[in-house]
Design a binder for this molecule. Structure first.
Ligand code: GLN
Length: 381
């Protein structure tokens, strides 16, 4: 077989989790919590299965969930969405991203992406015929600068695939950076597709600002969210897409032929979950923030250079100050094979000119798991 996809390696998350299992390692690689998720939401899903919500639901999603998504984003992000015309449910955010690329661009259109980038983005852009234009974010600040944007945007830019809060850097882009991005999108007349799956996983009192709330973006932005990330149940694969009706009509055409629908029992449970009281979301955040601080303190105490993390399940460590010769991929392999801790080399998130001295740890784990990882890593330093 000689296709674009035939030449792709297996995703780093799958590879690292398999290595972690083989070496009985503490898995701080692939981003998933080791907590089973909120009991009441899981109970709702079980009840919905038992009550017979098992046939094809409406293609756009069950009405209860579409209304719950609109209400949730009104309460949390001040957005005014019409659940009938502007909200669609997908089988995870990745389906939503693939669908947006397949339906909104034509072969040869330029697509702006941000490096480091989540590993699914680039193969999907290429498969859709897009010509990738990469904006480079640089540690430790990973800022969205005027110069970097100016290099990637052109009058041929049709679509921008953005991610905020940002995986793998843990960056939450600020108001000024987001408005700068919006200006570039308007100038190029491009659609802004914004992967906001980490919108609830933000720390230190931050508030999420959706691209849909930015000046000029209401009609040209597509917001993508994920119940898996909001409730810490990453296998659920229930995503939400929000966009103005003209865009939504196009996006729905991709969804109808990709997965068509999403398991209705899970949709009912998510509708229930999104209406949970404010405190639940805030205390979930606070718990993850404590885990971030625990891992950061542990890693710093044994000599790692921990970079700031404002959101997501991840924090990064810069290896450069430890030993200029260390390369992230080799280091991660040694970590998992010899020390029993799995992490993700950040170079896996680059298409070109990779920064290869940074590694990513997932802190969405029980204290005992984080402590065990730090104990094992003590032997490295
Ligand atoms: N989003 C997860 C992460 O960044 C991985 C998802 C996957 O395994 N494909 O770790």
């Amino acid at each position: 077989m000689n296709s674009l996809f035939a030449s792709l390696p297996t995703t780093v998350f799958e590879t690292m989790s398999a290595l972690a299992r083989a070496h009985d390692a503490v898995n701080l690689g692939q981003g998933f919590p080791d907590d089973p998720g909120p009991l009441d939401v899981r109970q709702k899903a079980a009840e919905a299965v038992l009550n017979g919500w098992n046939q094809y639901p409406p293609m756009m999603g069950v009405p209860e969930l579409r209304r719950a998504v609109a209400a949730h984003y009104r309460d949390w992000q001040g957005l005014d969405l019409d659940p009938e015309a502007e909200v669609m449910i997908t089988s995870g955010a990745t389906e939503a991203i693939a669908g947006a690329l397949f339906s909104l661009i034509e072969p040869g259109d330029e697509v702006v992406l941000f490096q480091p980038l989540y590993d699914a983005y680039l193969p999907l852009v290429r498969r859709a015929g897009g010509v990738p234009k990469l904006v480079r974010l640089v540690p430790p600040h990973w800022r969205l600068t005027e110069e970097a944007l100016a290099q990637a945007f052109s009058p041929r830019t049709r679509l921008v695939l953005f991610n905020n809060p940002h995986n793998p850097t843990g960056r939450v882009f600020d108001h000024e950076e987001l408005e700068r991005l919006a200006r570039f999108c308007t100038r190029s007349d491009a659609v802004l597709v914004s992967d906001e799956v980490w919108e609830h996983v933000i720390f230190d009192g931050r508030e999420h600002l959706s691209v849909l709330a930015l000046p000029g973006m209401r009609e040209r932005a597509v917001k993508i969210g994920s119940a898996g990330k909001i409730f810490g149940m990453t296998g659920w694969k229930v995503g939400f897409v929000c966009a103005a009706p003209a865009l939504m009509r196009v996006l729905s055409k991709a969804h109808q032929f990709l997965t068509f629908t999403t398991p209705p029992a899970l949709q009912h449970a998510v509708a229930y979950g999104l209406a949970k009281e404010r405190d639940w979301f805030l205390s979930t955040r606070a718990g993850l923030q404590r885990s971030r601080d625990r891992l950061a303190a542990g890693l710093s105490s044994i000599g790692f250079n921990v970079l700031p993390s404002a959101g997501t399940y991840f924090l990064n460590v810069d290896l450069a100050p430890l030993d200029a010769a260390l390369r992230d991929e080799a280091f991660c392999r040694t970590l998992v094979e010899r020390f029993g801790v799995a992490a993700i080399p950040v170079s896996a998130f680059y298409a070109e000119e990779a920064i290869d001295t940074v590694i990513r740890f997932c802190f969405a784990k029980a204290d005992s798991t984080l402590d065990r990882a730090v104990e094992r890593l003590e032997a490295v330093s």
